[in-house]
Every structure is written in structure tokens, then in C-alpha cells.
Design a protein around this ligand. Sequence first.
Ligand code: IPM
Ligand code: MG
Length: 357
Amino acid sequence: MREHSIAAIGADGIGPEVIGAGVRVLEALQQRLGDVRFNVTSFDWGSGYYRKHGVMMPADGLQQLKPFDAIYFGAVGAADIPDHITLWGLRLPICQGFDQYANVRPTRILPGIATPLRDVGPGDLDWVIVRENSEGEYAGNGGRTHRGMPEEVATEVAVFTRVGVERIMRYAFALAQARPRKLLTVVTKSNAQRFGLVLWDEIAELVSRDFPDVTWDKMLVDAMTVRMTLDPKSLDTIVATNLHADILSDLAGALAGSLGVAPTANIDPQRRYPSMFEPIHGSAFDITGKGIANPIAAFWTAVQMLEHLGEADGAGRLMRAIEIVCASGVMTPDVGGKANTQEVTDAVIAAIHGSNV
Ligand code: IPM
Ligand code: MG
């Protein structure tokens, strides 16, 4: 019996609803596969915890999480607490404290989900965006002086280190190499940002020599938005800085039909720490408690979690179950369906037990 320990942190808004649905799906997979066990422990951290204790998680939160094999995360954000408190109080300390430097965002048009692009269907858009997740524009390096005065100054300094750029570049080349098309696009803005992003270009060139079978090219981020929209088939694996990839991944989600189905994985490729898997969509308090949150992103990120845990068979089955259910039209209202969270979850569980996954 293979065993994996998973820390489930639903946190805020619809987070607990979709993570709860995801845990049910993991239980179904466990039953179906028979030789694997997911030992899930739930944590009540987040904005509710903050209202009671004044912090988003206990001071020893990271120590509590460290022994787990993976973290399954919902969302942070609440209407009555500033975003920088919720974000820097829970999600970012986990990403940074566990050095989850590779943020991996697959995008595909799932069957049954409509893209806003003309003449593009499932199969025409199949990307993985690799986002540098530890430095760059999110390094938190800057400050403000002379607040409120006419001479006020604010700096927001992006930080690019050789170690940081090289490790994400190697990750992206290796991922591209593992995918059938072996195609990588390195995104920068090295025409205008002539220090850090010229370093990106140089390191890409250097790392590419170790991956002779990967075809790669470079794009400036502005031109990249045009190519993603007008020529999606020409792209496969994409690597970009923290901020550039943040923006491109929203565009990717929209082009694939909905951010509501988009997953993300925050990975420590060296496996010194647990990696964290979450839907991209956020807490969505406008629909919290209504039971209509789309659980597909939480299921898809569970696929990424299973892959990371070495459960390729389970990952494949779950992805096929997701595709069968989307194709059958059992979907939540955000993607044009009439089903609620529980009905989509029940349908995915039924598909997992079905004969064609
Ligand atoms: C994302 C989100 C976050 C980010 C926000 C919530 C800070 O947009 O995961 O893409 O920019 O990293
Ligand atoms: Mg974003």
C-alpha cells in the first residue's frame, strides 16, 4: 500500500467548498485504485482563524506542515480583511518558506467548455506556463519615504539572481523535454529591461545547451499576448518571470474558457519541502456558501498533486473523469452549466468508478 499524507487548507470563501469536493474525489480514487491511501489532515487556518487569533496561521504553522507529502490549498481573501494581510499571512509564507520556486500552470480547452477564440477547439490550445515563484517582481524589495508629501518616493525593485533564474529555466527546459512537442518559449522584456531580463536571455541560452532536443524561442511579453491570442497552436511550454507569468496565466485562463477551471502547482522540485496545489480562482465571496462553486480547478490541481506524488495512474484517471464530465455538460453556472458543486463532484466520482477511465 502506497501512503501519502496531505494537509488540506480550505481557508477562505469557496476554498473549503472546493477542497471538500476534492477530498471526496481523492477518497473515490483511493477506492478505485485499491493500492494507495491518502491520509488527509484538515487545518482551519485562514481569515476565520485570523478573526479569532489575529494571525492567519499559528506561529509554528510551517513546522506543522513540513512533514506532509503535499498541501492541498483552497483560497485566501476576505471582504473585511486587507488582501496584503491574508496573502502575506498564509499563502506567500508557505510558497516562500518552502521554496516552492516553480509555479506550474497548465491550460487546455476542456471538452464542452467554450473558448472566446474563433476556429479553435480542444487540442488547439495545450500549454503549460512555468512561473518563477520566488523572486523577480514579487521579491518584496522596496520601500516608501516622505509618505503623503509631494516628494514622496516609492520603489519596487525586481530581483533576479543567477541561481533563481537558472533553476527555473532548467525546470522549464526539462518540462518541455518531457512533453511530446518538446517546445519551449522563453518570455522576457529584455529590450526595455536591460539588466535582469538580459540575464534571463543569457541563462536561457546557456541552459538550452543541456537540452539539445528541445526547440526553443524567445518572445517579448507584449508580443506574447498577441501570439497567444492569434496563434495558440504555435505554443507549448512557456517560462516567464513572476509578474509576466502572473499576467499571461490570466490571459491563458480566459482564452481556455474560464479561470474557474484553471489549476496551479507551487513546486519545490528538490522535494526538500511539501509542494502546494491550489485552484487559481481565489475565494470568490460573491458566491460563497451558495454551493455553486466550480470544483474543476480543485480537481485538476489534484491531478497535478497526484503526478507530483508519483501516482501517474490515479492522475490519468482523474483527468479523464474530469474531461468526461465536462464533455457531458454537467457543469456549474460560471461555465454555462446548471449543475451545482455537489452534482459535478458526484458526476466525477461516478466517472472515476466507471469503466472508461
Ligand atoms: C495568482 C494571483 C496572485 C498572484 C495574487 C492573489 C497575489 O493573481 O496566483 O495568480 O499574483 O500571485
Ligand atoms: Mg494571477
